[in-house]
Design a binder for this molecule. Sequence first.
Ligand SMILES: Nc1ncnc2c1ncn2[C@@H]1O[C@H](COP(=O)(O)OP(=O)(O)OP(=O)(O)O)[C@@H](O)[C@H]1O
Ligand SMILES: C[C@@](O)(CCOP(=O)(O)OP(=O)(O)O)CC(=O)O
Length: 386
Amino acid sequence: MSVYTASTTAPVNIATLKYWGKRDKTLNLPTNSSISVTLAQEDLRTLTSAATSSTFKKDNLWLNGVEEGIKGERTIACLKDLRKLRKALEDADSSLPKFSEWGVHIVSENNFPTAAGLASSAAGFAALVVAIAKLYELPQLMSEISKIARKGSGSACRSLFGGYVAWEMGEAADGEDSKAVEVAPLDHWSSMKAAILVVSDDKKDTPSTTGMQTTVATSDLFQYRIKEVVPRRFEEMKKSIVERDFETFGDLTMKDSNSFHAVCLDSSPPIFYLNDTSKKIIKLVHKLNEQEGKIIAAYTFDAGPNAVIYYEEQNENKVLGLIHKYFQKVSGWEKVANKVSTFEDSSIEFDTEAYKGVSRIILTKIGPGPQETSESLVNEQGLPKY
Ligand SMILES: Nc1ncnc2c1ncn2[C@@H]1O[C@H](COP(=O)(O)OP(=O)(O)OP(=O)(O)O)[C@@H](O)[C@H]1O
Ligand SMILES: C[C@@](O)(CCOP(=O)(O)OP(=O)(O)O)CC(=O)O
């Protein structure tokens, strides 16, 4: 029996213009376009292997060493679309093995905590879709494949590209024009760095999907956001990326994070994702920018209290100098141990206990899209190696 396999890695992306609201829940069609930065895979990535064989009677998924099976409707929808594209190839060329009729085994690992507000679903669905597209030898371009990843998790469509990415909301009812596109490649503005402050938080607030539904149904402010604010900001932010204009990019990023959290608060019942530590971090970044007389650091928060702070490499000594001063007790600084002596000492006054609300720091940067890999998580029988 022949077992066919393919593997890929896929990155996490963190939006600088937020996706919040669906106009179609099943197809994951958004109420607004969004923009993100793809992060480096040394720190945060999914590795997924896919295998198929005529002897596989059903589909199966192993995630982080645990057999989960294919349960979710979203995963089923992705597999259905991928099979349809493979079937079209098989219909056009009868010599091709009938992968579309066989079961597929998916084995995946995240090198960071799953479902901890670190966008694991984005990297996870991007890797799943790309691994199977590779296994099926699909000729479609990444934008086309991104429409399938979108059905897994909206934000996953943006993880199919590296660098700066836009998800164009589209207008069609079937979602055919709702896809990810590259705004600028990694090399265009490669000095972009990100410090993620993982904020300890025991209670998990509303999941994204439920939160979005509540906002769409109840927030008046949300209508203003999607009709007036985001369309303008989408163009302005793309321009700031093309021009490598951090001041504008950072300003829009912070404003959009706050706009997103404002519509959450305007929902009924209100949704709170930021906690006191998040708010302290927001103030700290504003103090830094004020002292500098320009924006050199920009925070953004997703559906949780973790802070992602974007900055350019040339300002690292200032930005990390300040963060290190007040958060040096958290883990994650090992990576820059040899640089700490060059960090600038900051005169900014801040809560010296704030570090207690942070569990660790992840120091990372902009990165490429899904990568080819020789690493495989499946053995010759098409089962997990462990
Ligand atoms: N490697 C993977 N392969 C397939 N599915 C995955 C993978 N990693 C995560 N997922 C899916 O994503 C779900 C977690 O998504 P969830 O949105 O709860 O968390 P998150 O993406 O880490 O956080 P957030 O969306 O708030 O940033 C998992 O339960 C699983 O269904
Ligand atoms: C706040 C966000 O991170 C929301 C992400 O939502 P998801 O992509 O996780 O939602 P689903 O489509 O329901 O899976 C903003 C963003 O990433 O743009």
